[in-house]
Write a protein that binds this ligand. Structure first.
Ligand SMILES: [Fe+2]
Length: 168
């Protein structure tokens, strides 16, 4: 998309932080097997605002805020939290929405297996220009060889144990 290396580095950090607001959503809702009730979905829909509230005082990270808040907007204006449409959605939010959707569709969940790459690609291409930014979809599939390589070599990180001082 012609974005520079620094921009992409920032977007990478934004990607790591984009769902931090889910920390404020109940586990029973987040990992519920099966369909959510309307009430539960309303609770999920609060995570962008919760993430924004958690991060908005961290001035050096202010660049992550637009997509923490707007990564669930749809290009046609039918997303959340603000029903933004088209280029009113911050660019980072439009990019993350594509990557996030692919990841959600192809990843295993406790209650279902991820779908095959081909099916996810068909859904994303079909939604280009309606649910997702068409330029973002094109760029995503141009980068697909790199994305598949990352996906294949990814190993979840085990958080290190902090070494505590010896008690005397
Ligand atoms: Fe999210």
């Amino acid at each position: 998309m012609g974005l520079g290396e620094d921009y992409c580095e920032r977007l990478y950090l934004t990607g790591l932080l984009h769902d931090v607001g889910k920390i404020g959503v109940r586990d029973a809702v987040l990992s519920k097997p099966g369909a959510l009730t309307d009430e539960e979905f309303e609770e999920i829909k609060e995570h962008p605002d919760k993430g924004w509230a958690i991060l908005q005082d961290l001035n050096p990270l202010s660049y992550v805020l637009p997509s923490v808040l707007h990564h669930h907007e749809n290009y046609d204006g039918r997303g959340y939290p603000d029903n933004l449409a088209g280029e009113d959605i911050p660019l980072d939010g439009r990019i993350l929405a594509v990557a996030d959707a692919y990841d959600a569709m192809t990843s295993d969940r406790p209650y279902r297996s991820g779908m095959p790459h081909e099916k996810a690609e068909a859904i994303l291409r079909n939604g280009a220009g309606s649910q997702w930014d068409a330029e973002g979809i094109d760029a995503f599939f141009r980068a697909m060889p790199d994305i598949l390589h990352i996906k294949e070599t990814y190993a979840p990180r085990t958080p290190p144990q902090r070494k505590k001082p010896q008690s005397v």
